[in-house]
Design a protein. Structure first.
Length: 583
């Protein structure tokens, strides 16, 4: 094996890892909705958890990535440790799918139809189809389909390059000696562990083992312990991801490690005893690509069969090794580990944004109540909710920017943009709640009071604001286009109400019915309430625009006001409901 073979080997390995990476990312984007559906099936049911772990790993082609996501789910409170145990077991079986694809490279037959199954026969066609989809289609889904095909073709070309580069090693004595050494099961396990820990992918390390198998020097006696060690090496990624996480997340990572260590220890002992007592001759045979795929699947299935009935025991053991904190830890609302699965990360953003929206709306409504029932407890609650909303805006905004930088689908990108636009409006609504609270406290501190007519007018105004808050919240939480369409006409009526109430206040000033000091507070209240309705209008407009993949909110609102007959009808209804008769 000369320097050129070494360079070919390095190039093949690079193509193989790159192809696996881009194929996994494209599969993840393409199956974004399905990933959300799989996430919804996380239950305490063992079979459901097992199938979920298998399904997600089969899609993204990496048990390490799935386990990192599980650590993120547990850290964020999306999943319990009990659920995580079953999902991790399923992920270990799902990761064997890659080896079956790679085993197709070992097909050798003179039959035309059988030869068509060989990757070297069909990957050029896949590559051509992939480049057509990627370069000439505008749809992001079709582009992702192209990337899947290109990624698969790239990893298969990488596999063939590696196999070709190492084929000359079959006659190298040092190489033969190396795999004779790996016939020692302990050495084989250590080799598999180290290799997988370095490249952080058991699927990739199995692919490398399959490439080396073409030399004919890799026996089943050496390959099986290496495969066992690969399962331990893949735990490194999850263990690293748990650094800095809460106790539950550390426990999830420990589940992954113990599952693989216990499974490897038990079946390695069985393997060694069988090897010594039965002296199976097939262990000295050269391992084929297909045989390695079978061994990989059988080993992971046997580990699951062994530990699945004992999942409760494994959970208790992990809790003994990583005990719960004496003080409850604050769960991270948005875990960066979830960015490895953008569709699921976006789903979590929706949940946090929904909490933020309800907090902001609640703060504003409480401030309206404070105008009439000014209790200290209510004031504390309003300020706490405003601070909580500020916190939500900070973490959500930062997280969504990071998410948008990931390779996500067009629809997910639109959803992320929608959330970024709306969280600013919800934060401003909570600010207005504090402004209203401070106006009420100013009146209380100075001993000021509104006239009876002013109180009546304000009550009417706050009823309209309460309704627009409810409509905008419903529109956001449920993507309710009907509720969203009712916000803008009510916002226009609130604008008119504000001007009417200003006029009435001026008349009271002229009649000396109220003071200038009260007038300043009155003006501040009207301004804050009217601006609150503006933010509600922005939220509803954003919901409508995103439903039609349109980002130009203000243009859409102008179009609705000018062209919609429904808008005019709802405007008249709200005007009759809330507007005072003209003086």
């Amino acid at each position: 094996m000369d320097i050129f073979n070494v360079l070919t080997l390095i190039g093949g390995l690079s193509l193989f890892l790159f192809g696996m990476n881009i194929m996994g990312q494209a599969l993840e984007r393409r199956a974004g909705g399905k990933l959300r559906a799989l996430l919804g099936k996380f239950t305490t049911n063992r079979a459901a958890g097992l199938l979920t772990g298998f399904g997600i790993t089969a899609v993204i082609q990496s048990s390490s990535a799935t386990t990192v996501m599980v650590v993120g789910f547990v850290n964020s409170g999306l999943m319990t440790l009990k659920q995580a145990v079953n999902v991790i077991m399923g992920a270990n079986i799902g990761t064997t799918v890659t080896a079956w694809f790679l085993s197709l490279a070992g097909i050798d037959s003179g039959n035309v139809f059988v030869k068509l199954l060989k990757p070297s026969s069909f990957t050029p066609v896949l590559a051509m189809a992939g480049i057509i989809f990627y370069m000439f289609c505008k749809s992001s889904r079709k582009k992702d389909t192209g990337m899947i095909l290109l990624g698969f073709a790239t990893l298969m070309y990488g596999m063939e390059s590696m196999s070709g580069a190492v084929s000359g090693l079959r006659n190298v004595p040092a190489f033969q000696s190396l795999f004779i050494m790996f016939k020692n099961p302990i050495a084989g396990v250590l080799a598999g562990t180290v290799l997988t820990a370095i490249i952080q992918s058991s699927s990739a390390s199995v692919g490398i083992l399959q490439a080396l198998a073409v030399t004919g020097q890799v026996s089943y006696g050496a390959a099986i312990p290496i495969i066992m060690g690969q399962n331990i090496g893949t735990c490194v990624t999850a263990m690293l991801s748990s650094v800095g996480a809460n106790k539950n997340a550390k426990q999830a990572a420990m589940v992954h490690l113990l599952f693989n260590v216990i499974g490897t220890a038990v079946w390695l002992m069985v393997f060694c005893l069988t090897k010594v007592t039965l002296n199976l001759p097939f262990l000295d045979n050269s391992a084929s690509l297909f045989g390695i795929a079978v061994a990989h699947s059988v080993f992971n299935i046997l580990c699951t069969i062994l530990i699945l009935p004992l999942s409760g025991v494994l959970e208790r053991l992990v809790k003994q090794l990583v005990p719960d904190a004496k003080q409850p830890e604050m769960q991270s609302e948005l875990d960066e580990r979830l960015l490895a699965a953008p569709p699921i990360a976006l789903e979590r953003c929706h949940k946090v944004a929904a909490d933020m929206a309800q907090t902001a709306i609640s703060a504003l409504k409480e401030s309206l109540d404070y105008l009439y029932h000014n209790t200290p407890e209510l004031a504390v609650s309003i300020r706490e909710k405003e601070e909580k909303t500020d916190y939500y805006e900070d973490i959500l905004g930062t997280y969504l920017v990071k998410l948008s930088a990931k390779p996500i689908s067009e629809s997910d990108n639109i959803e992320a943009a929608k959330l970024l636009k709306m969280i600013g409006d919800f934060e401003r609504i909570s600010d207005h709640a504090v402004n209203i609270l401070e106006s009420a406290e100013e009146m209380q501190g100075k001993g000021l009071a509104f006239t009876a007519s002013a109180v009546s007018e304000l009550q009417n105004f706050t009823l309209a604001v309460n309704e627009i808050l409810d409509l905008s919240l419903t529109a956001f939480l449920s993507d309710d286009l009907k509720a969203a369409s009712m916000v803008e006409p009510l916002e226009q009526v609130i604008d008119q109400l504000k001007e009417q109430l200003r006029t009435r206040h001026i008349l009271r000033l002229q009649q000396r019915a109220c003071s200038i000091d009260v007038g300043f507070v009155w003006s501040d209240l009207l301004t804050n309430l009217e601006r609150t309705s503006d933010h509600c209008s922005n939220i509803a407009g954003c919901v409508m625009d995103m439903a039609h993949s349109n980002m130009n909110i203000h243009e859409s609102l102008r179009s609705i006001r000018n062209e919609s007959e429904d808008f005019q009808q709802k405007f008249r209804e709200y005007a009759d409901k809330y507007t005072f008769s003209q003086l």
